[in-house]
Design a binder for this molecule. Sequence first.
Ligand SMILES: *Cc1c(COP(=O)(O)O)cnc(C)c1O
Length: 403
Amino acid sequence: MESWSHQDQAYIMSTVNRLPIAIEKATGNYLYDTEGKAYLDLVTGLGVNVVGHSHPTVLKALTEQGNRFLHISNLFLNPPAIRLAKRLLSHSLVRGKVYFANSGAEATEATIKLIHKWCTREQNEKRGVVVMKNSFHGRTMGAIRLTRQPGVYQDYPEIDLPVYEVEGEDLSSLEAICHQHQPAAILLEPVLGAGGVYPLSPSYLQGARRIADQHSMLLCIDEIQTGMGRTGKLFAYQHSDISPDVILFAKGVGGGLPLGGIIANANTCDLFQPGDHGTTFAPSPLSSALGNAVLDILLEQEQLEMGKKAAAYLWQKLIELQRKHPHIIKEVRGLGMMLGIRTSCTPEQAQQLQRDLYHAGILVNVAAQTVIRLLPPLTLQHDEIDHFIFTLDHYINHRVSDS
Ligand SMILES: *Cc1c(COP(=O)(O)O)cnc(C)c1O
């Protein structure tokens, strides 16, 4: 039989450069390939599997809901989704409502349409959205405009939505753009993920909230990657003592199955009326049941707290490693279990380091070419952290230092 790699290249469009590992199964914090080799998973499906793989509570919900019904459409009441919406709200904006979609990009599309409805209701002249340079909000034709990465938006045609880009944590330039152009909304990732794991400070997020209020704009926070406990709070904006108008979620919310959407506050949650927006599959009852299981694990089984402790240990060990290799590890940044190790490596060296680690049975990701990006599960154990640090140290010593 032809290798999985060859068949992948023959039959699936190559929109991503894949590592040549064919996965057979995944449990806990490990993936296993078809040869039986185990890999410590520090990428968790790009931030999706926040509580690791095949968590017993998630599997129980999968069987229970699977035995009830998989799909019913939006024409009927959907108890697992209603329960999930209620719980997401009670742990975020308290007052407001949820709109469910299937993915992050769809959450961004819903946000764009909601902003439009808001401008119409307010009868203001505002138009457009302010976003950050290097932001990532998805790849559909609307979301791609808000994703400020040239490799992503390329020369795809533009929709008629003004987009303003701000750079760094500069509140005065944010203020100037809002004053000059009268945009309708500000959309921010609390920690820029694909942009290189760059956290925004609480004072910047508070400043953005103040500017949005002063100019009667909506503040929308993209928690697609930072949400579901990833940074040590259920949502990362909760480190900053602000209240957004709209929260975007996806990735970890479906417990490994597709589920996304937005949480809108009391001011914006009734803007969509029947017929204004929707999709066939969302909210998937099965994804919603898994989402409820993830909330049970995070909040009732205290995995959020345990994940915070594991993250603190990982940070401590990485900072020690940085002190040992200050010429190679330039910075460790991020928040909680969302980390970027900025290296002085060339992009080729960073890729080699990623390959070395995967040969040694550890999976990491590389963002912004030279940043080793980690999205570990909140279930990560201290001995696994020690093993990762030991192995990373080894390859820095043997590869990067002497090349
Ligand atoms: C992954 C991601 C998206 C896009 O989500 P998809 O489900 O891939 O469409 C949007 N915003 C952020 C911050 C993300 O990390």
